[in-house]
Design a protein around this ligand. Structure first.
Ligand code: SAM
Length: 277
């Protein structure tokens, strides 16, 4: 029997390769190519346009780090917006915070939500929680139509290709600042420093021009190209590096800890160089 291996090419000379047991679903949606596959090493895995979005085994790293860093930085996060994130992993983490009263998820592609519920129930299982409002819409338009509404906005988008191109623009970050309340915080996934240094540099510069407090932090995600992943956080008032330790309450996590909250902001020299710090 022939073996099936999937490779996400990062450059013409480097990629990440995973053996696939079987394809569970494949479809060209209105916005992107969606593949749901079963793997031995990482469990079920969602691919969009040939890029790994999430796997059952290592998803907790990304979803915890993109959620708990901003939510513990804000002293009382009540209303949260997730742009993208149709697999539901960020929502699952966000609603672990007892202060959260409403979490809105806006993903442009309803098929991602549908097939995540079917094949990634461990990740998507909280999308039907009563505090969660799921909307199938363009996150850029949702932001453009929102004002002074959210405590925390999390951008869990695909890379800046296809439907996500607008989500990496300065205009979008300005819209996020408008959509946030006066003490709001936002965070976006900003890819890896080995191959996407330009992206990180540009986003960091744009966010810094809009938000008085801007930082970059990292996490280790084995199934994302290079393994070292970055997140850019922009805040109007609260500094994630000055969170009062008494505010960290016990949550069930597998990667995030209060020590790691601060440690994640300690950057390797070559990453500091990318953002000019
Ligand atoms: N964690 C992943 C990563 O970093 O590779 C990304 C997760 S994936 C669920 C990202 C989602 O962003 C996809 O479901 C895609 O449909 C959604 N998306 C892309 N462009 C969008 C847009 N303009 N508005 C809303 N959602 C968008």
């Amino acid at each position: 029997m022939s073996e099936l291996w999937f490779t996400e090419k990062q450059t013409e000379h480097f990629g990440i390769t995973i053996r696939v047991n079987q394809t569970l679903h494949t479809e060209q949606t209105e916005f992107q190519k969606l593949d749901m596959v079963e793997t031995e090493e990482w469990g079920n895995m969602l691919l969009l346009d040939g890029m790994v979005m999430t796997t059952v085994r290592d998803e907790f790293v990304y979803h915890e780090m993109v959620s708990h860093v901003p939510l513990f930085t804000h002293p009382h996060p009540e209303k949260i917006l997730v742009v993208g994130g149709g697999d539901g992993g960020v929502i699952r983490e966000v609603i672990k915070h007892p202060s959260v009263q409403k979490a809105v998820l806006v993903d442009i592609d309803g098929k991602v939500i549908e097939y995540s519920k079917k094949f990634l129930p461990e990740i998507a299982g909280k999308l039907d929680d009563p505090r969660v409002n799921v909307q199938v819409d363009d996150g850029f338009m949702h932001i453009a139509n929102s004002e002074n509404e959210y405590d925390v906005i999390i951008v869990d988008s695909t890379e800046p290709v296809g439907p996500a191109v607008n989500l990496f623009t300065k205009g979008f970050y300005a819209g996020i600042a408008k959509a946030l309340k006066e003490d709001g915080i936002f965070v976006a996934q900003t890819d890896n420093p080995w191959f996407k240094a330009d992206l990180i540099q540009n986003v960091f510069r744009d966010v810094k021009e809009i938000f008085p407090i801007t930082h970059l932090y990292t996490a280790n995600i084995p199934t994302y190209p290079s393994g070292l992943w970055t997140f850019t956080i922009g805040s109007k008032k609260y500094d994630p590096l000055k969170v009062d330790e008494s505010r960290f309450t016990e949550l069930e996590t597998k990667y995030y800890t209060k020590e790691l909250h601060f440690a994640a902001f300690v950057l390797p020299k070559f990453v500091k160089d990318i953002i000019g710090e």
